[in-house]
Every structure is written in structure tokens, then in C-alpha cells.
Design a protein around this ligand. Structure first.
Ligand code: C5P
Length: 215
């Protein structure tokens, strides 16, 4: 079946403080360009959700739609812009996406129609107390930090978004919306390099990684 990569890139980048985050450059290439270039060779089309008034960088193998007020709204607009059989949703803010991750995800999708890349949690986890100190420890066994890309049968993800819209349900990712329908979401071991560039510290890490990988 045909596969579309859908890239939400319409965030404002408030925590980073450098303007619309997808356009922030790491070693001369924006987060958006890095993400699209990683996806394009492996899919039939790439569609990007952009902040209102912004345009795609010249030469990118993608087309654009205007994003929404939330990530969830941006993804719904992207879903409505394609009739592909499968969709891969990938945050522009995770620019270090390898071919291996894309292949592993694509292999996992057909079984239930839904799969996400995720990382087993390595740190000790604790819920803060009412005073903001050490509260209740939480066993990390069996806990995963959810990343992107996430892959779905397009009609399944569309149904999940429509149900969430009817219920006024908000989620920070797409797999959560599908799981809510009772559909099994496969977990595919991801990659620490798929961290989301969120804070100025993340940008330093990204610069270091880009220097090593672009060499
Ligand atoms: O804000 P956060 O880093 O969680 O955003 C994750 C991804 O969703 C980013 O790539 C961002 O550009 C995108 N996004 C979007 N539309 C919004 C908010 C975020 O496409 N309204």
C-alpha cells in the first residue's frame, strides 16, 4: 500500500525561545529539513504542517498544509490531506531519524495497524511529593518513553482522531488515541538519538550529534 509521512512542524518553540522550532538550524540544516530528508526516501509522499504564514524551505521533497492550534489538530489536518493506506507520523523536532528505525517501525505496523517507536526507561522514576520533593518511587520495569515515528493504517488513525474530537479528549501523541479505541499498539525499540529537541540544552546535544553524523 501507499505510505505517507506526516510531519507536525507547526509548534511555536516557546521553550526553546528561538522562533518556530522546526526552522531552528542545527549545523546549518533546520530540524524540519533533517526530518523530511530522513523520511522522504522511504515513503511515497511527505506532508508537513507549518505555522500560519510560513513556507517550506526551498527544495524539500514535501508539500505543506497549515497546522492547527495543538499538535493533535495539526495531525488531523495532515491526515485529511492524504489518501495513502499507511501513515508515519514524525515530529519535526526529532531530527535524528535513522533508516533502521523506519524499517523496524514499518515491519511492525501490519499486525494490528498501529505501532510506535519507544525507549525502555533507564532512569529511576519518582513522583514528586506535595512539597515538590521526593515522593512515591515508581518501578521503571515495563515502562517506555514514547517517541516518534509512529505508524498506522490511515483509516484507523483517522477514526481515533475523530473519536477524540467527539469526546474532547487531548493526547500528546497519536498512539494514545488509537490505544483508546482498544486497538493493540506495538512497541518498537527506538533510539536515544530520537530525543525531542525541546530546551536550549537539547540544542547543544543536537549540535554535537550533527557534527559527528554529518562528518
Ligand atoms: O511542542 P512539542 O515539542 O511537543 O511538539 C511536538 C511536535 O508537534 C513538534 O514537531 C511541533 O512542531 C509539532 N506541533 C504542531 N502543531 C502545534 C504544536 C506542535 O505541529 N500546534
Amino acid at each position: 500500500g501507499r505510505v505517507a509521512a506526516l510531519v507536525p512542524a507547526a509548534g511555536s518553540g516557546t521553550r526553546l525561545g528561538r522562533g518556530p522550532k522546526a526552522f531552528v538550524e542545527v549545523a546549518g540544516l533546520s530540524l524540519l529539513e533533517r526530518s523530511v530528508r530522513a523520511l522522504a526516501p522511504h515513503v511515497d509522499e511527505v506532508i508537513v504542517a507549518l505555522p500560519a504564514g510560513m513556507e517550506l524551505p526551498a527544495g524539500l521533497p514535501a508539500r505543506a498544509v497549515e497546522g492547527g492550534d495543538t499538535r493533535q489538530a495539526s495531525v488531523l489536518k495532515l491526515l485529511r490531506a492524504t489518501d495513502a493506506d499507511y501513515v508515519l507520523i514524525h515530529d519535526a523536532a526529532r531530527p535524528f531519524l535513522s533508516e533502521e528505525v523506519i524499517h523496524a517501525l514499518r515491519e511492525a505496523i501490519p499486525e494490528t495497524g498501529a505501532a510506535t517507536v519507544a525507549l525502555p526507561v533507564a532512569d529511576t522514576l519518582v513522583r514528586q511529593s506535595a512539597a515538590g520533593d521526593w515522593g512515591e518511587p515508581t518501578a521503571r520495569e515495563g515502562l517506555w518513553a514514547v517517541q516518534t515515528p509512529q505508524g498506522f493504517r490511515r483509516e484507523l488513525l483517522l477514526a481515533a482522531h475523530q473519536q477524540a474530537e467527539r469526546d474532547g479528549y487531548a493526547a500528546t501523541d497519536d498512539a494514545g488515541l488509537v490505544a483508546r479505541l482498544g486497538v493493540r499498539v506495538r512497541l518498537v525499540p527506538g533510539d536515544a538519538r530520537l530525543f525531542k529537541v525541546t530546551t536550549p540544552g537539547d540544542l547543544l546535544l543536537a549540535e554535537a550529534l550533527a557534527a559527528a553524523e554529518d562528518r
